[in-house]
Ligand binder design. Sequence first.
Ligand code: AMP
Length: 188
Amino acid sequence: MTDVTRLVIFGRQGAGKGTQCDRIIDHFGVIHLSTGDMFRVAVAAETELGKQVEPIMQSGGLVPDEMTIGIVRERLSQPDVESKGFVLDGFPRTPGQAEALVEMLGDARLTAVINLDVPLDEVTARMKARGREDDTDEGIAKRLALYDSETVPTINWFAERGMVVNVDGLGTEDEVAERIFAAIESSD
Ligand code: AMP
């Protein structure tokens, strides 16, 4: 039976997750589902949700699970996502979100959970080289620490269930993309 591709991708900031998401979308024809983008759209449109999440996003905190799970649940049930599949980017970020995701997918199980692995010193160097305004030593350290305290336990949640594929994120964009495609195809 052919089934649609349903993916989750994890990776620290500076690991190249954005670039590789674009490659995955081109290659597999899946829909990009980024909770960060969904929240930014809600903030720009000044919806009720947008008003609630704006201060949380500004402070660099996490939006409560209930709201986050709610927007993902709504989007996942739409026909384009059901027929084309998806790559989830920035969700789940807590073990509670991971549990809710698996539960809401039911029989439509995930094809693969990709962990784009780049050593800490390398992502730190890449972020510094990027020279963004918020890429101060302190800012970089804070974001990396948040990833370790919030997202790593979520990756572990999937790993305990044998669902994670670690992909070496060092190399050229093409090399990394080939590794990701191979990991997804062998998880099918
Ligand atoms: P991102 O673009 O993925 O870095 O997300 C931007 C901001 O949106 C984050 O700093 C959080 O405040 C919020 N956000 C995005 N995804 C989630 C999530 N899965 N859980 C909680 N908050 C989230």
